[in-house]
Design a protein around this ligand. Structure first.
Ligand SMILES: [Zn+2]
Length: 63
């Protein structure tokens, strides 16, 4: 399994059913809203959340 954000195969954590490495999680959780990469990570979370929601939708097509 590889990190969905950086592609590394370090320690993996599942975030919205996607594999993310410990380094990226630390980066995301520790980032300041004033950081220039904040918008980048915000968009990544939006994409991951989109995958998560569509997966749930496919698992339960009746809803
Ligand atoms: Zn990563």
């Amino acid at each position: 399994m590889y990190c969905k954000i950086c592609g590394s195969d370090n320690v993996m954590i599942s975030l919205f059913s996607q594999c993310i490495c410990k380094k990226c999680i630390d980066e995301i959780t520790g980032i300041s809203v004033f950081d220039e990469t904040y918008d980048l990570y915000k968009n990544l979370i939006r994409i991951l959340l989109g995958y998560y929601i569509s997966e749930k939708h496919q698992l339960n097509p009746v809803n």
